[in-house]
Design a protein. Structure first.
Length: 262
């Protein structure tokens, strides 16, 4: 289905029983809602699952950037309003989890809980520079030019050596992402700055991430969790940045246990 929010037509998918607690899933940069296919299938017997493609990603309209986190948060609020979502659990990976931090700070009344996966809260200079390099590479070589460097950054050497089917799934998501949407979100990521306000988050929060995540290493996530009252921190073994795909069993165990408690 398509839902209009904040002047953009968003591609969304719903599953699970009407009336069950909502869980909203938000994907990573240069991914789309199919990142969550297996997770949604596992949860849709108990939850009303909402997945959406970010602006400029998947089948959602690509409007010119730059994008900002306030804009990405407003996108979500508009989707929720259109679909009648009063309160939802939030599960976001990478930029999706960062949007969750912003929602927790600015709109806690709309949340049941936050699960931020592989999502650091700030962009130090080297991190911001990485996203400028992605913009430059995509401008020079197209999205195909960022596919293999991204796979190398996101997945462990052990997984890359085995080259399981999930890697091709991610490659396809990257190469089919609209370059306008990719660049717009990269611009938002360069401005990431939720760290000083994490203490304002009062909803139940789980921060999880891969033991070998280069972009959101365990020590950075532990530091973020320590700033949020009562937050939990889980390290997913044998995984880099896309924990939901690289170690799905450990990911689901942590996610399902947390959601069941809240």
């Amino acid at each position: 289905m398509f839902v209009e929010s904040n002047g953009v037509k968003f591609h969304c998918e719903l599953s699970g029983p009407v009336g069950a607690p909502w869980v909203t899933f938000s994907h990573a940069l240069a991914n789309n809602l199919t990142l969550w296919d297996d997770v949604a299938e596992r949860l849709s017997d108990r939850y009303r699952v909402l997945r959406y493609d970010h602006r400029g990603h998947g089948q959602t309209e690509a409007v010119p950037g730059p994008y900002t986190f306030p804009m990405l948060i407003k996108d979500v609020l508009g989707i929720w309003d259109e679909l009648g979502v009063d309160r939802s659990h939030w599960v976001g990976l990478s930029i999706g989890g960062m949007i969750g931090y912003g929602l927790g700070i600015e709109h806690p009344e709309r949340l049941r809980s936050i699960v931020a996966c592989d999502s650091r809260p700030d962009a130090p200079p080297d991190y911001a520079a990485y996203f400028q390099s992605r913009i430059d590479k995509a401008r020079e070589k197209g999205m195909e030019g960022v596919v293999e460097p991204t796979i190398e950054r996101w997945f462990t050497p052990e997984t890359r050596a085995k080259n399981p089917p999930v890697l091709d799934k991610v490659r396809d998501m990257i190469r089919t992402t609209n370059p306008v949407g990719h660049e717009g979100c990269c611009e938002a990521l360069k401005t990431l700055s939720f760290g000083p306000r994490l203490h304002e988050i009062k909803v139940p929060t789980l921060i999880l991430g891969g033991a070998k995540d280069k972009g959101a290493p365990p020590e950075a996530l532990a530091e973020a969790a320590a700033k949020i009252p009562g937050a939990e921190h889980v390290v997913i073994p044998d995984a880099g940045h896309i924990t939901a795909l690289e170690n799905p069993d450990a990911f689901m165990a942590a996610l399902e246990a947390f959601l069941a408690r809240h």
